[in-house]
Design a protein around this ligand. Structure first.
Ligand code: PMP
Length: 439
């Protein structure tokens, strides 16, 4: 038996409150964690200090069911992936239909119909510079990190320049190219010798004059920015900063790459977070929510930039699983659901509610230093890492899942599926307040 006891219930719906049957992680989670710890490389799943992990048996809507039958309200959306909710029926149906026809094609050699449609839909949806004057093209990718690699390679190819401007804090992935841009020292240090040195780094939301100076010599191919810093602390730049960055890029002939891997597809109350500032980047990297749970990512830019990839021969950046048919079919369903269920607008409404509920926290709770966010992406900054993990653990014990991030691990992230019900959200926030209030 691999998935919990026989008496573990199924999730019949995804709009339910938490229900804890046994203190998590329960016995089945502990048993499987031990096996996982023995079979997998350390550090990939088991938590710090060899604490057992939770294991998910099912997820639906905004609910997760663990292998011990505990039901949670999910404020992680699975790292922001489940924007349309876990296992949305439309996504499941699209995957099932696709699975009946074609699971895998031939990457950059032979494509398949769902990939054609997805490229067209993304080209029409993603806000990139030059889209009004010329066609837009899509470069598929496997993951968020891969999309960042593609975006930077596009900029290097198209510009002939050598250097990249990145910000701190930031998270762009852990493959060596993307890691060179990711700011967190703990991720970088062990591989420092292999991180290319052609990166200039400024503080996130650095003054315009500093941005200007960093770009002045004309060597910077692209500036890579998260329009709202996600897992590294949920930082919303001051109004106008992204637009000023875009303008400075334009003046110096630097391409602007928006890493919308976390923020894209409605998370912040707009389809893409750059839209809050009226910015159209040259290249947009996206992933996570796009696949509704299947791994897929993409970079979108105007045709004139993407033409830099034309070799007349073999693809310069490809991968065996690129534009996987199941993932493309799932992504098409995600785009339909976001539109038909008006989930981008729903994210904005969630943002208002979250903003109202969280606003008083720094005054009410001694451990809370600040709250900030937009749409369905909020950060609660706590005084210490211990306080943040205390909140995460206390919430988990009461049936609410959330993660802590930020450079010092002090920022609890509230990232619900956009389909979370009002009742689920209120209940989850009640739980967090209970934990913050202490025993
Ligand atoms: N960019 C951003 C902004 C991200 O949040 C992440 C993942 N958290 C990535 C890139 C990397 O994506 P992936 O984990 O799919 O490689």
């Amino acid at each position: 038996m691999s998935e919990g006891g026989e008496d573990v219930p199924h999730l019949e719906r995804g709009d339910l409150p938490p229900a804890i049957r046994v203190a998590p992680p329960g016995p089945e989670a502990r048993r499987l964690s031990t096996r996982l710890g023995a079979a997998e490389a350390p550090g990939i799943n088991t938590l710090a200090g060899d604490e057992p992990s939770l294991l998910w048996a099912e997820a639906l809507g905004a609910n997760v069911l663990d292998v011990d039958g505990n039901r949670y309200v999910d404020l992680t959306a699975g790292f922001g992936v489940a924007a349309v909710g876990h296992r949305h029926p439309r996504v499941v149906e699209a995957v099932r239909r696709q699975a009946g026809r074609l699971l895998h094609a031939l990457g950059d050699v032979h494509a398949h119909p769902a990939r054609v449609e997805l490229a067209e839909r993304l080209a029409a949806r993603v806000p990139v510079a030059g889209a009004r004057e010329e066609a837009v093209a899509v470069h598929p990718a496997i993951s968020g990190s891969d999309a960042v690699e593609v975006a930077v390679k596009t900029a290097l190819l198209a510009s002939g320049r050598t250097t990249v401007l990145a910000f701190a804090p930031s998270y762009h992935g852990t493959t060596l190219g993307a890691l060179a841009l990711t700011a967190r020292d703990a991720f970088r240090r062990p591989f420092a010798d292999h991180l290319h040195p052609h990166v200039r780094r400024l503080p996130f939301a650095a003054p315009e004059a500093e941005v200007e100076a960093a770009l002045a010599d004309g060597h910077v191919a692209c500036a890579v920015v998260e329009p709202i810093v996600g897992r590294e602390g949920v930082l919303v730049p001051p109004a106008g900063w992204l637009a000023a960055l875009a303008a400075a890029c334009q003046r110096s002939g630097t391409l602007l790459v928006a890493d919308e891997v976390f923020t894209g597809f409605g998370r912040t109350g707009c389809w893409f977070a750059v839209e809050h500032d009226g910015v159209r980047p040259d290249l947009v990297a996206c992933g996570k929510a796009l696949g509704g749970g299947l791994p897929i990512a993409a970079v979108v830019g105007r045709r004139g930039l993407m033409d830099a990839w034309a070799t007349g021969g073999e693809a310069l950046h490809t991968a065996t699983f690129v534009a996987n048919p199941l993932a493309c079919a799932a992504a098409l369903a995600v785009l339909d659901v976001l539109e038909e269920e008006a989930l981008v607008q729903r994210a904005a409404v969630l943002g208002e509610r979250l903003g109202e509920r969280l606003a008083g926290w720094p005054e009410r709770f001694a451990a809370v230093e600040a709250v900030r966010g937009r749409g369905a992406l909020w950060g609660v900054e706590l005084a210490t890492k211990e306080a943040a993990y205390g909140l995460v653990d206390g919430a988990r014990a009461r049936g609410v899942l959330l993660l802590a991030g930020g450079p010092e691990g002090r920022v609890a992230q509230l990232v619900p599926p956009l389909t979370i019900t009002d009742e689920q959200l209120e209940t989850a926030l009640d739980v967090l307040e209970e934990v913050l209030a202490g025993p």
